[in-house]
Write a protein that binds this ligand. Sequence first.
Ligand SMILES: [Fe+2]
Length: 382
Amino acid sequence: MEHNAHQTQKEKIMEHNVQPSKHTTSRRSFLGKGLAVGGAGIVGAGLFAKGLPAFAEEGSASLTRGDIAILRFLAAAEILESDLWQQYNELGGIQDSEVPGGSGSAPYTTALQVLDGDMPQYIHDNTEDEISHFTFIDAYLASKGADPVNLDRFRTLPSSKATGAQQIGRLTNIMQLTVDTSWWTKYRSRTNNPDFGDTFAQAIPGLSKGQFPAIPRHDGDLSPNAHIQAIANTAGFHFAFIEQGGTSLYPSLAQRVTNPEVLRILLSIGPTETAHFQTWHDKAGNAPALTDPTNGLVFPNLNASPFGGEDFQTNLIMPEPTIFLNRKFPAVSIIRPTETQGAAMGAAKALTDDGLFIGQSKEFFAVLHELAAQADEARRES
Ligand SMILES: [Fe+2]
């Protein structure tokens, strides 16, 4: 019986493979959308001849093209996350056999530990988790005959020159960040939800404008104390920004997955992003109030006027209940946003706006937008 049931399911999945999706649109329309939304990227004429295969699912044994597209975008996002976390770990985490590379920066690590004595361990563990996420997703894709994602050719950005960092090419830039800190108030609001079009106040207004390092760029950044502390504070708010993004991305994309096993992957990885976010939300609240004497960046006391109250109080680290689906329903404690339409492109845009890709090539942006566009074209099939 079990065997038959399995066979039927397998046949059903295979069927998806041979029948083109009802919702599939042409490569040309993907391109148009990616360009329109992405803004930063310009697709060179030769890109798709030498770049990622646009339709890698051909030859796949059991997944729909939509599922593959969603997994490939998530693999790319996890590779990018791993790259930035690796840079944090080299200077402020624990360098060991699980997360090798770098030798640490004592002044930076000490500043991070003002937020929590366990920061190096948490940074290490978050880094290892992200590495495991992309490694697993890529291995799963390969097991299904689909192309895994590899962004190694884009590892071109410079490393920090501070003592303790490896001198290797990077995918991401965490030395010129513009950190959106509205996640802080978004998760404290009881009446608003980004899925309703609502916007939220910045917890650290200064961080949301301009460009700031989240790691020391060179040994000159290790003093004075208020400067290296501002860099550690920036990291503290950036950690939560990154992980709240992953917290929304997985449930947003899960709504358009077809295969139950792929759904299981998204439902199993996504909440680990939430575990990270919850931790970082707590630690960011410990960032000391200060003004960076080198650039004027202000970290205000979030518990005092004009901040304070439910929108800013630092120990309100669990999601407040808010509106969901329809205002007629009672408020509920939820992840937000979880709108599925355009979720992948939204994530790509958020990471771009963060400054993570400053210095990256046009080809990089084109590939990122193509992966996002294909993931956003995925539809759950019955
Ligand atoms: Fe992850």
